[in-house]
Write a protein that binds this ligand. Structure first.
Ligand code: SF4
Length: 361
């Protein structure tokens, strides 16, 4: 039997071409695209300005969301973690992936007025950062464009909220799934898609040099964040094995190129790990690394993963680290902890589906 075409896999120009190949005039593809993202249609039957014959044809040979909601957990702080069942791969293996709804600012009544969606791009991760739960189990596979885009639509549909911001910081290294993630970002950005501006979507990378080079050239319509976690080559290599083949000095050069070409700062993510990268000398090294780099630093308190040998620093050490950077004139933010009680915080995704790491720090 022929596999159904996943509509969320297609950017607007691709959908226009696809429907053109099926004998439809150009405007029909654009109409269908608007139904998907502007009107959030959940079935082809709802697309009432397409002909009845076409709607019937689509029911037979195309499909919408490939995700099935497996379960959801709500945190005391309003964060919601979604666990999605992905369709089985060619070997018949099913995979699970998580995404997170994070309430941000609150209105006068105390209700969340802005929401961020944190999306995943891979089931598992090949980068194996030593502090992160996602890298512990065996890497399963890249997500398709449809599986990335459907996470945001699925969360919206379930929660009844819409998202003002998207961070691609969930499970996986987005640039290791380059083509599918890029297409998903173009759909999010398209004014007739989800219409999210460049500053509203942030893609985070562990620092794959070749991919960042390509990302700059291809001009993804998003902002860039880099997981730095240490400006000391030896410590960073222990935390993030990819640092050995993607060294800090070259990474800095490339980030400078990004800020120059895009006229935007790069965000540096820095997870504070007790007695590993939280000392005054670590802050000094970070400040020196950031000299002449248009950047802002997000400090993140480490979120515990029971099988990993790390701790979060005490509050005093966290504030001292931040203040030292501030005193050097850096733009630095301390990220509020969200969803720790349901293992939905940074570095915790995938933990509940896994056990012990097979590598050591
Ligand atoms: S921190 Fe990111 S890149 Fe590193 S293992 Fe976790 S998901 Fe992968």
């Amino acid at each position: 039997m022929e596999t159904a075409v996943q509509f969320y896999d297609y950017t607007r120009p691709e959908l226009v071409r696809l429907l053109g190949d099926w004998g439809q005039p150009r405007h029909v593809g654009a109409q269908a695209f608007r139904w998907l993202y502007q009107k959030r249609a959940k079935s082809f039957g709802e697309m009432t300005d397409l002909s009845k014959e076409l709607r019937q044809e689509l029911e037979g040979k195309a499909s919408l969301s490939p995700l099935k909601l497996h379960s959801r957990q709500a945190s005391r702080d309003g964060t919601v973690k979604y666990l999605w069942q992905l369709p089985a791969d060619v070997k018949g293996q099913a995979a699970l992936v998580e995404s997170v709804l994070i309430p941000m600012a609150r209105d006068e009544e105390g209700e969340p007025s802005r929401h961020t969606a944190c999306l995943s791009t891979q089931a598992g991760c090949r980068m194996k950062c030593s502090f992160c739960a996602t890298g512990i189990p065996k890497f399963q596979r890249n997500l398709t464009t449809a599986e990335i885009v459907a996470q945001i639509l699925g969360m919206e549909q379930d929660s009844g909220t819409s998202f003002n911001n998207v961070v691609v910081m969930g499970m996986g290294e987005p640039m290791d799934n380059y083509g599918n993630t890029e297409k998903a970002m173009r759909i999010l950005h398209d004014p007739e898609g989800l219409n999210l501006g460049r500053r509203r979507v942030t893609v985070s990378t562990s620092g794959l040099l070749e991919h960042i080079e390509r990302f700059i050239k291809d001009d993804w319509p998003v902002s860039l964040a880099v997981s730095l976690h240490s400006a000391d080559p030896e410590i960073r290599s222990r935390l993030m094995p990819i640092n050995r083949s993607n060294p800090l000095d070259k990474l800095r050069k490339l980030m400078r190129k990004y800020t120059f070409v895009r006229r935007l700062p790069v965000t540096l993510e820095y997870i504070l790990l007790k007695d590993v990268n939280d000392r005054p000398e670590d802050a000094e090294k970070l400040a020196a690394y950031c000299k002449d780099l248009l950047c802002k630093v997000n400090l993140i308190r480490y979120n515990p993963v029971p099988t990993l040998p790390f701790d979060s620093p005490g509050e005093e050490a966290v504030l001292a680290f931040r203040d030292l950077l501030k005193a050097k004139g850096m733009r630095v933010f301390l990220r509020e902890r969200k969803g720790v009680d349901i293992a939905a915080a940074c570095g915790q995704l995938g933990f509940e589906n896994t056990s012990k790491p097979n590598y050591e720090f």
